[in-house]
Design a protein around this ligand. Sequence first.
Ligand code: UYC
Length: 231
Amino acid sequence: MNELGTLTEKFNQASDKNKLKLIDDLIAKGEEGYQFLREFLSSSQGHSPNPVLGKIYQTLKNSDNQENINFIEDKIPQGIVHPQSSLNIDYSELQELLIIKEYQKADVLTRVKLCEIAGEKATQRKWLYFTEIAKFPINDLHTIDLLWNVYSEGKFGYSIQRKIWLSQGKDYIELWAKLKWKDGNRWTKYPQEFIWDLSAPLGHLPLSNQLRGVREIDALFAHPAWVTENA
Ligand code: UYC
């Protein structure tokens, strides 16, 4: 078998975590690697979106290879997630920003969308009461979390942050340290000291301002969106 054949076979048998790494090796093979990735993505349509498919999508869409760009435009122009909303909220711009890894813009837009979910008053106020968060539709929180997860190699999103928080015994001091939101006694300064790419620690984004205390993020982590999935 040729080198590419060995690589694609390895890819097919790999765990998702290893697939993420092997995507880079496939890209290094040039057009043949890209062709494999296009076919893999095609044959995965109808599967639920995950970070492996998200990384392949981003790689093809953000490459300067015309065949990749044509493939994306013809087959999957909007992204691999079909955003669900119980409130008819449009998440397509959030998907676009995450696909091109504009994580800082996506972070800002995520807060705008949370206010949109909460309603007119929150949108004008530009921040949330914890009582509003408790009433958020599960669908919309799942969509926002899925978009972040799928287009960050599984690194970002609220459900990841919540898992870290649970693993730290629901201790916010520990959570802030893990997410690099605080370094010792020093709060990370918004926005310039946050890390806006995939070199960030697990769960670093999206941000929740802690200026008004932890009740907001606490309501987010207590939401049934996460509890029903994995207790
Ligand atoms: N900021 O420090 N933050 C702001 C974070 C705190 C502060 C926005 C995160 C600590 C002020 C976002 C951290 C603190 C403003 C974040 C952080 C503080 C502001 C923009 C680490 C001082 C502007 C959206 C936990 C010690 C005032 C927003 C205002 C803004 C995020 C200060 C996303 C994760 C306790 C003074 N900070 N924030 O919510 O209200 O305004 O405009 O968390």
